[in-house]
Write a protein that binds this ligand. Structure first.
Ligand code: BES
Ligand code: MN
Ligand code: ZN
Length: 488
């Protein structure tokens, strides 16, 4: 789908979208004699003008043109409300048969940024993954090819082009990586899907198993041991800031499929574990968004890419592995593999880049889904300012975060009698002990935050900015964080 901004309504066939603020009907005055019919249509459809509400009417006086009325509520429009408006339009018209929709913002007082966010909402909601649906009925195929926004203030189009269009591209990359099945996206093919970022100026370096073995990444490689796929460590560098300035580092868990390994998962819902690379997907998408908008910051994205399989060569419960940091781990449960991948990726990040700030993202624990359901991701941090900055960016971006505790008493729960630590604690506080494990690999003086996104990377139901499936969680948050706290 394509977004255009225009001063005038385009000629040619299109449906017309008019935002309606609650019970106010002033926006309908322009329709003259047709207003009576529109009013009646709104009543019949119990349209209340609240955010998310929509109703249709066909204008006889205008060749039967489809008029779509979308509620925005009676309070001042927020950025979130703007996105919801755009998203509602797309959701309603995507497969309606219409090819173009004109959203007329002329009647509402809206900033350039919010007008651009109407476009963002509309664009984000258009993404679908139909690649393998070869017999999709014509009636179910998307028809909407263009959304034209009319009546936006000056600067809206530039804001869209410079900030939000690249952001949508980043989100789409993440969703694609997350949605693809594990026979298509495995460590090497993940890297290939991300290679095009070099065209945006991103430097890409890939370490294979031999190089990782030389570096002593025994934990990451232990997870990969049962898979015929080679593990990869993907390093993406965007250098848009001061030359030589220390980069901010994002680290993503990229388990392209998580069977649980020898501690195998039950069959029910195991197919979900194709999106156990959602953290890595978010990191790749964020780097794409940042490079796409030429962010004035140095940012490195590191993805630990492995497949967790049971096999004659797979690691066993009770195995002891030595991590790149030198610390040893007793692998009690091969299904607690994400932390084993992250610890070596984080050690690598620190040795290679000496960052002051590390944010890792991971679909790390089922316990996080129990805690928050699908509304919030959990944030664990060793630094209050970093936590506060990320939460502020989360609120602004819509990728919501809620802080969770860390502490010594939790840390003790992963002490092992045979090694420096074990990879699981007791059943209780499972998300926290997972975070404690990662914290043991964070160097003194490094501000670190861990985002457990297990509940938010995938959604079984649509929202105003995504269809059901891959949400793209994390891209908007990381982009906003760089804009708010690093670029300034
Ligand atoms: N990838 C899973 C966590 C997960 C579960 C993500 C559900 C998304 C939805 C992770 O590797 C895992 O298996 N965690 C275990 C840890 C346990 C063995 C300590 C879990 O949460 O059950
Ligand atoms: Mn697992
Ligand atoms: Zn996992």
């Amino acid at each position: 789908m394509q977004i255009r901004f225009a001063a005038q309504h385009p000629a040619g066939d299109h449906s017309l979208v008019v935002p309606i603020a609650g019970t106010a009907r002033a926006a309908l005055e322009r329709f003259g004699a047709a207003k009576t019919g529109i009013d009646a249509a709104l009543k019949r459809q119990r349209f209340d003008g609240e955010p998310g509400a929509s109703a249709e009417h066909y204008l006889d006086s205008d060749g039967g043109r489809r008029l779509l009325l979308v509620g925005i509520g009676s309070d001042a429009l927020t950025g979130e409300g703007a996105e919801r408006l755009g998203g509602t339009v797309t959701a309603r018209l995507l497969t309606s048969g219409e090819r173009e929709a004109v959203i007329d913002l002329g009647g509402i007082p809206v900033s350039a940024d919010f007008a651009a966010r109407v476009a963002l909402g509309a664009m984000l909601r258009s993404w679908r993954h139909d690649r393998y649906r070869t017999r999709l009925k014509d009636k179910l195929k998307p028809t909407l090819a263009t959304i034209t926004i009319v009546g936006a203030p000056d600067g809206a189009e530039a804001r869209w082009a410079e900030r939000y269009a690249p952001l949508a591209e980043g989100v789409f990359l993440t969703r694609e990586l997350v949605a693809e099945p594990a026979n298509i996206i495995y460590p090497e093919s993940f890297v290939e899907r991300v290679r095009h970022l070099t065209e945006l100026g991103v430097e890409i370096r890939v370490l294979g198993e031999d190089e990782m073995a030389k570096l002593g990444m025994g934990a990451l490689l232990g997870v990969s041991q049962g898979s015929v796929r080679d593990a990869q460590l993907l390093v993406m560098s965007w250098n848009g800031g001061e030359p030589g300035a220390t980069p901010t580092v994002f680290v993503g868990k990229g388990v392209t499929f998580d069977t649980g390994g020898i501690s195998i998962k039950p069959a029910q819902n195991m197919e979900m574990m194709k999106w156990d690379m959602g953290g890595a997907g978010a990191v790749a998408g964020a780097i794409k968004a940042l490079a796409g908008r030429k962010a004035k910051a140095n940012v490195v994205g590191i993805c630990g890419l492995v497949e967790n399989m049971p096999d004659g060569n797979a690691q066993r419960p009770g195995d002891v592995v030595t991590t790149m940091s030198g610390q040893t781990v007793e692998v009690i449960n091969t299904d607690a593999e994400g932390r084993l991948v992250l610890c070596d990726a984080i050690t690598f990040a620190q040795k290679e880049f000496r960052p002051k700030t590390i944010v890792d993202l991971a679909t790390l624990t089922g316990a996080m889904v129990v805690t928050f359901g699908h509304e919030y991701a959990g944030i664990f941090a060793n630094d209050d300012k970093l936590a506060a900055d990320l939460i502020k960016s989360a609120d602004a971006s819509g990728d919501k975060l809620w802080r969770q505790p860390l502490g010594e008493a939790y840390d003790r729960l992963i002490d092992s009698p045979i090694a420096d630590m074990k990879n699981v604690g007791p059943r209780e506080a499972g998300s926290i002990t997972a975070a404690q494990f990662i914290q043991r690999y964070v160097d003194d003086g490094v501000a670190w935050a861990h985002l457990d996104i297990a509940g938010v990377a995938w959604s079984d139901k649509p929202s105003s900015t995504y269809d059901k499936g891959a949400t793209g969680y994390g891209v908007r948050l990381l982009d906003q964080f760089i804009a708010d706290s690093v670029e300034r």
